[in-house]
Ligand binder design. Structure first.
Ligand code: DAH
Length: 369
């Protein structure tokens, strides 16, 4: 800033001449007019109306003028400032409105576009597979039978020739509903539906029962305490083990394609004779058995994997359920649905089947169907 003009010389202070002030106003107005956004306008305001703008600096020079000239210069600068402020406010209103207009167009939300308010889930692969299994039998004329999950101990055990001292009846294996003396258990297998079917249905009987079962078991990759089985039961005249094998061969073919099954002797109290049902290993098809250099993890190089249990219905079970074992005979089988899903869809970890992640269901459901 220039020092005070003490000797009253008619000093001309250039920035305060009418032309200079007009030039500043013109520059400011041009700059405001050129601003397209509020951000541009802010820079223009700082440059032309801010504390360090040419006009603000010129204003400080007023004191350096001879007193006679100050009034004039003051009025000129004041008027210029007024003009600039007005132009600024007007342009701000224009640019602000244009920006709002642009935002309304660019950020437009179409509220009529349909959205997933409740995303659609997926059929659980176990449910889907139970449907497939059920269909295999329904298409052969069998019926679907159901029973309760909280079951009478008599039907879960005694009617199936599993005596009171059988180790599976203990609390370490079986989940009881209330006191053990209530004799109500969460069914440990779907086999009580065999007994229910024999007690309730007219002969002959051709039923399958898919459903939930419970065991006091670990929760890991190959065990879950709540899982699913499918049980089959036939009671008719002249039924033999051959009918059982033919039925299981058909089931295995539909489920797994061209694959062998094998039955090998075992013991179940409710079937006599009883057998374990094995599937040919669907990974190595038995090749690993005689090829120690290429072991198979799926079947532990045995060539077969265990799928379920089966047998000819024990005459004691027929009798317990009021069927004449001299006239009728039958076969039964039962297998785990989770295990079947593992084999069929390469689902390695059973925990995925209970954790409820819809992505798991979606990834398998197509294959399970
Ligand atoms: N209930 C048996 C289990 O849970 C499986 C089973 C074996 C079912 C033999 C049957 C059968 O119908 O005949 O391990």
């Amino acid at each position: 800033m220039s020092g005070p003009n003490t000797n009253y010389d008619p000093v001309e202070v250039t920035p305060l001449t009418a032309e200079s002030v007009q030039a500043m106003v013109d520059a400011a107005l041009a700059s405001f007019a050129a601003a397209e956004t509020l951000a541009d306008l802010k820079s223009a305001r700082i440059a032309h109306a801010g504390d360090r703008s040419p006009l603000a600096l010129a204003n400080r020079e007023i004191g350096a003028l001879p007193p006679a000239a100050r009034k004039d210069a003051g009025a000129r600068v004041g008027k210029a400032r007024g003009e600039i402020q007005q132009a600024l406010a007007a342009r701000e209103a224009e640019v602000g409105a244009a920006e709002l207009e642009r935002a309304l167009v660019e950020e437009r939300v179409d509220v009529t576009v349909p959205v997933d308010v409740a995303p659609i889930g997926a059929v659980h692969p176990i449910t889907a597979l139970m449907d497939v299994l059920g269909d295999v039998f329904v298409s052969m004329g069998w019926e679907i039978a159901e029973g309760p999950e909280a079951e009478a101990a008599w039907l879960n055990f005694d009617a199936l020739n599993i005596g009171p001292d059988h180790p599976a009846r203990g609390t370490t294996d079986t989940l009881f509903v209330g006191d053990v003396e209530n004799n109500i258990v969460l069914r440990t297998h779907t086999s009580p539906v065999q007994a229910r079917s024999m007690l309730d249905r007219p002969l002959p009987i051709y039923v399958v029962c898919p459903g939930k079962v419970y065991r006091a078991d670990e929760f890991d990759a190959t065990h879950v305490p709540v899982f699913h089985q499918i049980e089959g039961l036939v009671v008719d005249k002249g039924i033999s083990m051959a009918h059982l094998v033919g039925t299981l061969q058909h089931l295995a073919k539909v489920m797994f394609g061209d694959i062998e099954i094998r039955i090998r002797p075992n013991y179940f109290p409710f079937t006599e004779p009883s057998a374990e049902l094995d599937l040919e290993c669907f990974v190595c098809h038995g090749a690993s058995v005689n090829d120690p250099a290429n072991p198979c993890r799926t079947c532990s190089s045995e060539g077969w994997i265990e799928w379920g249990g089966c047998g000819v219905v024990n005459p004691r079970v027929l009798t317990a359920c009021g069927i004449d074992a001299e006239v009728y005979s039958g076969f039964a089988f039962g297998m785990g649905v989770e295990r079947s899903l593992m084999f069929r869809n390469n689902a390695a970890d059973m925990r995925d089947m209970v954790e409820g992640d819809v992505r798991f269901s979606r990834s398998l459901v197509g294959g399970a169907r």
